[in-house]
Design a protein around this ligand. Sequence first.
Ligand SMILES: NC(=O)c1ccc[n+]([C@@H]2O[C@H](COP(=O)([O-])OP(=O)(O)OC[C@H]3O[C@@H](n4cnc5c(N)ncnc54)[C@H](OP(=O)(O)O)[C@@H]3O)[C@@H](O)[C@H]2O)c1
Length: 283
Amino acid sequence: MRQLATSGYLGELFGLDGQVAVVTGGTGVLGGVMARGLARAGARVGILGRREQVARQVAAEIEEAGGEAMALPADVLQTGQLRAALDAVMERWDRVDILINAAGGNVPAATLAPGASLFDLPEGALREVFDLNLLGTILPTQVFGAAMVAAPEGSSGSIVNISSATAARAVSRVVGYSTAKSAVENFTRWLGVEFARQHGDKLRVNAIAPGWFITEQNEKILLQPDGSYTERAQTVVNLTPVARLGEPEELVGTVIWLCGQGARFVNGIVVPVDGGFGAWSGV
Ligand SMILES: NC(=O)c1ccc[n+]([C@@H]2O[C@H](COP(=O)([O-])OP(=O)(O)OC[C@H]3O[C@@H](n4cnc5c(N)ncnc54)[C@H](OP(=O)(O)O)[C@@H]3O)[C@@H](O)[C@H]2O)c1
């Protein structure tokens, strides 16, 4: 599996040999692809999610391909479960260098139905989507970040949060989700600054804002039963200069870059990976 350029000049910049990464949402589509990509760049990877069987499956696939991985069954909203996951990682690998906060997604009840207004949004669903995306980023950062800060002098850690193209520009109906992702971006800048002021370049914090990728959580919104685009997906494609949705693998290069030494002076930023969606006025 470690056939990427993990030696020589490219290895110095992008290789992750010897590093340990934890990917929350590693049981999902985007997190799973990122986890496999990190493993191919040399990292040992913990697959964190509530579905233990899926986490085991992803870890097994990585190991079958020659990498090293372990399942970390945990809910990102349960600090006790996150601590148990950290203990498991420390017991097996004795370090954490990388945290990818990919657990998250929309909550259908927090999405406005066509024709509905803000006044119709149920409070419980709003709390749920805020908790999952914002607290679900902050709590793992508290647990795994503390271990990264406590690492020996000379270590160099990286946290990558997963935001969304819906954070920077208004997207109809997804008010709770996009508000939560905006907060994730603010938290990314805040923590990047805070850690740098407290710990120098020991631990960097950045985010990726993906555009639209078809995954479990949005399949029904983007695809018709026959596999063709819904009207909403077609609108996204029309507003994306490259005129298509993203492929999950297209996130991997940015993840590896942000985690490697090539990005050691990159801190507190949000990188859009969206085919130009965020750059275009639509005109
Ligand atoms: N797909 C897109 O177009 C897109 C665009 C922009 C941003 N994103 C973001 O990318 C990230 C990954 O989403 P995805 O599209 O790959 O969706 P997905 O396939 O539905 O994956 C969602 C992941 O989140 C995990 N998760 C949900 N609740 C959790 C909890 N309480 N504790 C632990 N894990 C939890 C799920 O794992 P378990 O069910 O095993 O717990 C799953 O691994 C999300 O943050 C999403 O908002 C996606």
